[in-house]
Design a protein around this ligand. Structure first.
Ligand SMILES: [Mn+2]
Length: 399
């Protein structure tokens, strides 16, 4: 309402100026003169705005900004985007602290034509779910231990909030759905914009508080299950937790469901074959990036689905799973990766899985092209994730 009043005053002023210049515009310019299909994206959002997709303040996909960790602590939603601007666990190129801002800029155009996903036959922005951008978790760049706790607390604050929409009934049987969490509650979903990959340790600690040990689908050119002695040398306890070791720690803490978790797009060099033995012990199956040449996207999708089954699953996407030709702006780029098209196809192949929350990490916009290749790829990848989420409620039918 406040925005409309301000715009109204501004429009009147504009009309006055025009009139003084001698043109015969004597009626006020309508406030919705730049109405685009992206408007009214969630229930109750019918506010007229003069912002087009290329103007105004950047939120993910121009979604409404809610200060979920500030003055809007009681706000409810079904899906929340939240930034975790942390990059002090990086081994090579720093800069992922600017990832959330970059991804939001890369996402501006997502709803220019309305946001309908043709292959998935859904418009996540008009699916009845309340989807918001909660801004960023405050993260200190001076103390990793403290920052990791901030990220866990920020994520938990969103995850344990009341959902905006009820769980509803099963579309096939009409029977009421019950939550798939271990605490029996229906939780909203959180999509985190990283940040370097270290953030997944506190994110999985938060996920554990609602779902217990979770199956993980992890797209990355790197394993990230390295022992601290192998990756970084672990000179201190703090150094031992970084963007190459967080899955080792998550496994040690029992946060990951052993045997139903899987990496995709792996192609890094190793310290030696023992890294794969260690990776096995951390509970992961592996899909190598080069397997796309033999089994294709369909074969990769099948491997993932066969591994995860109908378990609740957490999805973590390192932008470096995509080839640097398509996504150069990242912390530890590796050639020989998947195209943006291939990763998007694989993500759509997860349709029907119970993805409880997700993230995209390692986007470091300072290394991007002027054409915003990487941040656009990150935004489009999350659009596929959001579409899959919109189609499948986080519930099951009791049998
Ligand atoms: Mn990586």
């Amino acid at each position: 309402m406040k925005l409309s009043l301000r715009l109204s005053a501004f429009a009147s002023l504009a009309v006055c100026v025009v009139a003084h210049e001698g043109h015969d515009h004597d009626t006020q310019m309508p406030l919705d003169y730049v109405r685009f299909p992206y408007q009214a994206m969630y229930p109750g959002d019918n506010e007229v705005t003069a912002d087009s997709v290329f103007s105004g303040i950047a939120t993910f996909a121009k979604l409404p900004w809610v200060q979920c960790l500030g003055r809007d602590r009681d706000a409810s939603f079904d899906v929340a985007f939240i930034g975790a601007p942390f990059d002090t666990g990086t081994s090579y190129r720093p800069g992922a602290r600017f990832g959330p801002a970059g991804i939001r800029a890369g996402s501006r155009r997502l709803t220019l034509y309305g946001g309908y996903n043709v292959p998935l036959e859904v418009n996540p922005f008009h699916s009845g779910l309340k989807i918001v951008d909660c801004g960023d978790i405050p993260v200190t760049p001076y103390d990793n231990k403290y920052a990791i706790k901030q990220i866990e607390d920020g994520h938990k604050s969103l995850l344990h909030r009341q959902t905006f929409s009820p769980l509803g009934n099963d579309s096939a049987t009409g029977l009421p759905l019950v939550p798939i969490s271990v605490d029996g509650k229906h939780h909203p979903r959180v999509i985190t914009l990283g940040g370097d990959h270290t953030i997944v340790l506190p994110l999985l600690r938060s996920i554990y508080s609602a779902y217990g040990p979770i199956s993980v689908i992890h797209f990355d050119s790197h394993l990230d299950t390295w022992k601290p002695q192998v990756f970084g040398g672990a000179p201190t306890d703090q150094a031992a937790i970084n963007h190459g070791t967080y899955f080792y720690w998550a496994s040690q803490e029992g946060l990951i469901k052993n045997g139903t978790s899987i990496h995709g797009a792996i192609r890094t060099t190793l310290s030696g074959p023992a890294d794969y033995v260690n990776d096995d012990e951390s509970g992961f199956q592996r899909i190598e990036a080069r397997e796309i040449d033999t089994i294709g996207t369909a074969g990769i999708i099948k491997k993932i689905r066969d591994t995860v089954g109908d378990q609740p699953v957490y999805l973590s996407i390192d932008i470096d799973s995509i080839d640097p030709a398509f996504a150069p702006a990242t912390g530890t780029p590796e050639t020989g990766g998947w195209s943006t098209r291939e990763l998007r196809t694989i993500l759509r192949g997860l349709d029907g899985l119970h993805i409880v929350s997700a993230d995209i990490v390692e986007v470091a916009p300072a290394y991007d092209t002027n054409a915003e290749l990487t941040t656009m790829a990150a935004a489009d990848v999350l659009y596929e994730v959001l579409s899959v989420m919109a189609k499948t409620p986080l519930g099951k039918v009791l049998v």
